[in-house]
Ligand binder design. Structure first.
Ligand SMILES: O=C(O)CCC(=O)C(=O)O
Ligand SMILES: [Fe+2]
Length: 309
């Protein structure tokens, strides 16, 4: 089984534009995304968040079901979600976490009416760190395609969703499904997990690769929306979660996508006579509304179906 590329973001120099290390890291990002649509980012600053974050996730999912249900939302991928058996996947998410109060309002005060400062602080500081990494990676991607002029506007229009996930361990000798095969529809997904592995990513030859991240690494996966923004360059990889150990797996992810009202469309530099525009400009929030109704009917649906010309 192959491994996804590992790229070091820990050295300060590699994350400052214009410096030699920036350029070589950028090249690594471009190559990894062309070949795999994902990579493992070594990012040492995340280590000090590790034990508080996973303790907070335990505390979160250990709340009684009726409390977690207070976060159920009619919108897709918002609030509390629990998959129907036999898979046992639960997730709780909060949107727009670049505004710290949203974590408090959307999660903490609903779940702990008397407040839970340490939970909010842990989530907010983790999210801030990962959002910075996300912006760095988006800058590198846009530079490598020569469209960095447009990246600030894109970043300013980004909704950062923080999503906590819990997968029950497998209690048979057979691997059990934690999350079915899918590819992400958003721009970029950044995942941080506890010591229980399970994520598998398919390479372009159809082979499944088990991801075994180290404690200082974040898995970065591209989604359909980024592919549309790049006028079809880069393809999001299929991935799934398979549980093999009888241990609980926790993942915390930052999911970036553009806000309602913002039209995702390829910048001029990526459209020419050879590669005409492949997609209609689209609003990701509008897409999500349709996506959720299709999902409810178990229809496979994606951004490209929604906006292809
Ligand atoms: O938990 C994981 O490692 C994968 C999560 C995932 O693929 C998703 O939420 O889209
Ligand atoms: Fe995913």
């Amino acid at each position: 089984m192959g491994m996804i590329p590992v790229i070091d973001f820990s050295k300060q120099d590699s994350i400052k534009p214009g410096i030699h290390e920036w350029d070589s890291t950028k090249l690594g990002v471009r190559q990894a995304l062309e070949e795999y649509g994902c990579f493992e980012a070594l990012f040492d600053p995340v280590v000090e968040h590790r034990s508080p974050v996973f303790r907070a996730l335990e505390e979160l999912f250990d709340l009684p079901l009726q409390t977690k249900n207070l976060c159920v939302s009619d919108k897709p991928f918002r609030g509390y979600y629990a998959s129907p058996p036999p898979t046992s996947y639960e997730s709780i998410s909060a949107d727009d976490v670049h505004i710290a109060e949203n974590v408090e309002q959307l999660l903490t005060t609903r779940l702990w009416p008397q407040g839970n400062m340490s939970f909010s602080k842990t989530m907010v500081s983790f999210a801030q760190l990962v959002m910075e990494l996300e912006k760095t990676i988006m800058r590198m991607i846009s530079e490598s395609f020569g469209v960095e002029k447009y990246v600030d506007e894109l970043i300013d229009s980004t909704n950062y969703q923080l999503r906590a996930m819990k997968y029950e361990g497998s209690n048979t000798s057979e691997p059990t499904s934690g999350l079915v095969v899918h590819h992400d529809q958003n721009m970029l997904t950044l995942l941080y997990q506890n010591e229980v592995n399970g994520l598998e990513i398919q390479n372009k030859y159809g082979k499944w690769m088990s991801v075994k991240p180290s404690p200082n690494s974040i898995i970065v996966i591209i989604g359909e929306s980024l592919s549309v923004w790049l006028n079809g360059r880069l393809s999001p990889p299929c991935h799934r979660v398979m549980m093999t150990e009888n241990k609980v797996r926790y993942t915390i992810g930052v999911f970036a996508w553009t806000k309602g009202g913002y039209l995702v469309k390829a910048p001029k530099g990526l459209v020419d006579d050879k590669i005409p525009i492949l997609f209609k400009p689209y609003d990701h929030e509008e897409f999500l509304k349709i996506f959720s109704t299709q999902l409810a009917q178990e229809v496979a649906y994606d951004v490209k179906t929604y906006c292809s010309i």
